[in-house]
Design a protein around this ligand. Structure first.
Ligand SMILES: *Cc1c(COP(=O)(O)O)cnc(C)c1O
Length: 390
């Protein structure tokens, strides 16, 4: 996507300013319902809620501006904005499976996607097989006659394992299987799964699109036909749309998305290089570092990498990792990412202390998100926490 196309989408596309007093910022159309003047008009709307304003659970003008921009960023025909990234996962899957169907998922998808596949869908007769997403043949072997969906997340959000989206899309298309890719790591600025042949792309808008850690939302893009199916079968029957105010916050976040990602990418590159030479760090995992095992594929498929970086810290005891994490003053210990503030999650926060095994590098993982702060400010915070460990 050219820089001018990006500027146009973010600043102008979908904004009919003449319709709202030539205001630069779009209005928050804070209404639950819309009026009809004739029975015939009401009937027409009832016949196709996807094309008409009836009730904000379905369509709303503020949300529509956002939908147009997000569809264009993904080079998709259409887009739905839902009340969380998790809803986007649920909605896309739910509209496309029935009892007896099968899903092939990449190993270790986002935790609540995995729980949907493991704990919820089996109650409705839908089974999931997990495969190593780095191995195309693993997908071929896992496909059954009943496979309806191949579910991907590339890169994933801990070790950034990547799938060859174009190759998997081709394989799935030949078998009539729908492909879905969680693109939260990259955003459409750094990777566009639909251009690579994937049927539906989704992301947690809570992360980079919102960008300020103040709204939870999700984005799903695909063909208009598919979005209409998901709208009718998932969004309307479960009520997982977003309020107009949240759409407005996301529009506000979008205005600065390219500038924020540029800054975050630069800071992250600086910090990756610094962490790589740090004696307390055994390994740095970052898809755009030449040491990354799938570096070549990352370069081919993605045009950038963002603020998520995982390190394997040198530690003999969990206590050392606890001291490091608790010593950070500016980098906050919290889930999520994509906001202004830098964050850390130590992998050991999801382990029982008696299960900690220093010989297992995964237990010594810490995932950082580098936000909008100055790189030196973050570096000195990390340095003092490394010093506190010893
Ligand atoms: C956060 C996240 C989600 C879920 O998004 P929510 O908006 O928190 O529901 C999905 N996938 C990935 C990779 C995420 O990081």
């Amino acid at each position: 996507m050219s820089p001018s196309e990006l500027s146009y989408i973010i600043n102008e596309l979908g904004e009919e300013r003449g319709e709202y007093f030539d205001a630069v910022a779009p209005p928050i159309v804070q209404t639950s319902n819309f009026v009809f003047r004739t029975v015939a008009d009401m009937k027409r709307a009832f016949d196709d809620e996807y094309e008409n304003f009836i009730y904000t659970k379905g369509r709303n003008p503020t949300i529509d501006i956002l939908r147009k921009k997000l569809a264009a960023l993904d080079k998709a025909e259409d887009c739905l904005v839902l009340n969380s990234g998790t809803s986007a996962i649920f909605a896309s899957v739910f509209a496309n499976v029935k009892s007896g169907d099968h899903i092939v998922s990449v190993n270790r998808p986002y935790s609540w996607a995995q729980r949907l596949f493991d704990n919820v869908l089996p109650k409705y007769g839908v089974a999931t097989t997990y495969v190593d997403g780095r191995d195309i043949e693993a997908f071929e072997r896992a496909i059954l006659p009943s496979t309806k969906i191949i579910y991907l997340e590339s890169p994933n959000s801990w070790d950034y394992a990547i799938q060859d989206l174009r190759a998997i899309a081709e394989l799935a298309r030949a078998e009539g299987i729908i492909t879905i890719c969680d693109n939260s790591y990259c955003t459409p600025l750094f990777q566009r799964p639909i251009e690579l042949g994937i049927d539906m792309s989704l992301q947690s808008a809570t992360k980079y699109i919102g960008g300020h850690s103040d709204v939870v939302a999700g984005v799903l893009t695909g063909t208009k036909e598919m979005m209409k199916k998901v709208f009718n079968q998932s969004q309307l029957s479960t009520g997982i749309g977003i309020p107009p105010f949240h759409a407005w916050l996301l529009l506000r976040g979008l205005r600065t998305l390219p500038a924020r990602l540029e800054r975050i990418s630069a800071t992250t590159t600086t910090l990756v290089n610094w962490l790589k030479q740090h004696p307390a760090v055994e390994q740095v995992i970052f898809p755009f570092d030449p040491s990354f095992p799938q570096y070549e594929l990352a370069q081919r498929q993605m045009t950038g990498a963002c603020g998520l970086v995982t390190i394997i810290i040198r530690a003999k005891k969990m206590e050392e990792i606890v001291i490091f994490s608790e010593s950070l003053r500016h980098i906050l210990m919290a889930v999520s990412w994509g906001g202004h503030e830098s964050l850390v999650i130590p992998r050991c926060a999801s382990l029982n202390p008696q299960d900690f095994d220093a010989a297992n590098p995964e237990h010594r993982m810490l995932r950082f998100y580098f936000g909008l702060e100055d790189a030196d400010y973050l570096k000195s915070d990390l340095e003092q926490a490394f010093e506190a460990m010893v």
